[in-house]
Every structure is written in structure tokens, then in C-alpha cells.
Ligand binder design. Structure first.
Ligand SMILES: [Zn+2]
Length: 342
């Protein structure tokens, strides 16, 4: 099997965006707000947006299943207060749940959390529980910077995040560390803010001792781990200077990287530097980079090609990256697949 651990519902019907616009307008002018019940999207509309987009490309690329979460840049946790985020997260998660019910062989959910800047992360637990226990979701996306590029939250190793980690451990689910849109013009959302956040999260984890408190907690750092693999020597050296154990011991029982790296040399480097057991296949299509690479003639985000072509993997290692590691890091996914005889 080939499991893509990083996909978002970037192609949701326009009605979703319209509802969100009304919700945002309603923050300043309550008369413009629409109740959630006013958002009407039929199963046929959901089918159409999936069949012609993600599912079509998955079939073309030979990807069997995608772990599917709400559109990351639309999470926009910085907008409004907790109530705004709670209603928005609930709506977006329900849509991903419906997609997973319509296409159970191809999609399984991961949750967006109703985070809000300055609000206690434990307020996210009710939605997290609904998604995992009622919708069968197998993971969550955790935003280390709900302020949208201003970094007003404490590092991921701070105890204020612990209620979420405690619940993750109880439910045996991992989190993908995933920021949302940048409202700071210094940081382009997908070109700078995402990659900065991946790198920042990795360094926060080096500085702390989070996995002493949570030995089974698991994070996926997306987009190939930001700058971390490329600068592995820097991070090994900083860990040493900070009197931390070697990275393998300090982080690599708990931290994983995906393969959302959009060229062959980048994937080759990732495979060479990071242990195979810490890499999960992902493409994040249809996402940040949708074009065709004129140097190869293929989509930049057709990452299966790079993983197949790299000479840094054994056949067994390749299978682990495509399937085995995802089953290990997402035990609820493994269980759901086995229940369906896969
Ligand atoms: Zn993403």
C-alpha cells in the first residue's frame, strides 16, 4: 500500500469559503453572521470536488490512501476568538469526516483543532475527542503559532500544551505540527512561514526535554522537516552544546518527517540524513505547489517519483516509508485498515 500521510481538503466547495467570509464579517457586525446550519453542501458536491481532484491524482500516482485534514491555510486560528475557531474547526472537520465516509478506501481523517491565540490549549480537547472517537480520525494537526506569524505562544515544550499531549497519549494519536496562514507580511505563508515553523518546532524540541515527560508522544514535522535535515550538523552540534543527548536518542523515537519535498536532490538528502524509520511518505497535493516542473515534466508535488527514484533506499526501506512507518506512527490507522482486511 501507499499511504500519503499529509493531504488537506483544499478543493472544498465554494460554499464553505462563503460561509467563512460571513463568519469573519460577523465578528465586527453580528448581523452578518450565518449559523452553521446555513451552510449546505450535498454529498454529490463533496464527491465532485474529490473525484475530479485528489482522488483522480491519487489514482494516477498509485496512492491508495490519504490522511485527510481541513485546508491548513484556512484554519487561520488568528481570526476571531475561541468561539469563532470552535465553530470553524467543527465545520471543517465534519466535511473531512463526510469525505472519509464517502470514500472509506481512500481517505481517513486528521483533525484541525479550534486553537485561538492566548487561549488555553486544553479548550481544544472536546473537538479532538469528537474527531477521534466519533469520526474515526487518526491524528491531529497542531499549530505551534495560532497567532499566524507573530509567535505569541510559548514553545511546544511548555507545560501549557501538556493537556493536548496527555490526550494524544491516551488516544494513541500523533500530531502533525502545522501552522496556518501568515498574517505577518514578512512571512509568505507556504514559502516561508510553513518552513520556518517546521524548523522552529524542531529546535524547540531540541531545547526542551518534552519526551522525558511523554516517552510515547509522536510528532510529524511536515515539508521534509523544514531546514532541519539540510542543517543536521548544526542541530547535532547545538544539541551537544546544550548538553542534550544525541539527536537519535533525544528526538528520533518521537519525531518524524514527511516527504513533502519537491525535488529529487531534496528527497535524496532527506533519505541520506534522516533514518528511514523516521520518514513517512506524503505529497500534500493539491497544495502549495501545484505546477509542473519544466525540468522533469511532472508535477512538483508528485513526490512518489522521487521516493521511487532515490538510490538512498533499500526495497524494504521504501516499503516502510510508503506504508509501514505510517501504520506505526498512526496506530489507529493501522487498526482501521486491518478492520477492513488491508
Ligand atoms: Zn499541509
Amino acid at each position: 500500500m501507499i499511504i500519503d500521510c499529509h493531504g488537506h481538503y483544499t478543493t472544498a466547495p465554494k460554499a464553505l469559503e462563503d460561509w467563512r467570509s460571513a463568519q469573519i464579517a460577523g465578528i465586527a457586525d453580528a448581523s452578518r453572521k450565518l449559523p452553521a446550519s446555513q451552510l449546505k453542501i450535498s454529498d454529490d458536491e463533496l464527491r465532485e470536488t474529490i473525484e475530479g481532484n485528489q482522488l483522480r491524482q491519487m489514482k494516477e500516482r498509485g496512492i491508495d490512501l490519504t490522511i485527510f485534514s481541513p485546508r491548513a491555510s484556512f484554519m487561520a486560528h488568528h481570526i476571531g476568538d475561541y468561539a469563532v475557531s470552535a465553530e470553524w474547526a467543527s465545520i471543517c472537520n465534519q466535511l473531512c469526516y463526510r469525505v472519509s465516509k464517502l470514500f472509506p478506501d481512500h481517505f481517513i481523517g486528521a483533525a484541525m483543532l479550534p486553537q485561538s491565540p492566548g487561549v488555553d490549549p486544553k479548550t481544544c480537547i472536546a473537538e479532538l475527542d469528537t474527531c477521534v472517537q466519533d469520526y474515526g480520525f487518526v491524528g491531529i494537526n497542531l499549530n505551534p503559532d495560532p497567532s499566524g506569524g507573530h509567535w505569541t505562544s510559548p514553545p511546544l515544550t511548555d507545560r501549557t500544551w501538556y493537556p493536548i499531549y496527555e490526550r494524544m497519549v491516551e488516544l494513541d494519536i500523533p500530531a502533525m505540527v502545522h501552522v496556518s496562514t501568515s498574517c505577518n507580511p514578512c512571512f509568505h505563508t507556504t514559502g516561508a512561514h510553513y518552513i520556518n515553523a517546521d524548523t522552529t518546532a524542531f529546535m524547540q524540541l531540541i531545547e526542551g526535554d518534552l519526551f522525558k515527560d511523554f516517552p510515547t508522544l509522536r510528532f510529524i514535522i511536515p515539508h521534509g522537516g523544514g531546514a532541519a535535515p539540510y542543517h543536521w550538523g548544526r542541530y547535532r552540534g547545538l544539541a551537544q552544546a546544550l548538553k542534550k543527548p544525541p539527536l537519535r536518542e533525544h528526538l528520533l523515537n518521537n519525531v518524524f518527517f514527511d516527504t513533502c519535498v519537491y525535488h529529487q536532490p531534496g528527497i535524496d538528502l532527506l533519505m541520506k540524513v534522516v533514518p528511514t524509520q523516521n520518514i513517512l511518505f506524503a505529497s500534500e497535493m493539491i497544495g502549495a505547489v501545484r505546477g509542473i516542473d519544466p525540468e522533469t515534466g511532472h508535477n512538483f508535488d508528485d513526490t512518489r517519483r522521487y521516493v521511487e527514484a532515490t538510490d538512498k533506499l533499500t526495497a524494504e526501506g521504501r516499503r516502510d516509508i510508503f506504508e509501514g512507518n505510517a501504520r506505526r506512527v498512526f496506530p489507529r490507522l493501522d487498526k482501521a485498515l486491518k478492520a477492513r482486511g488491508r
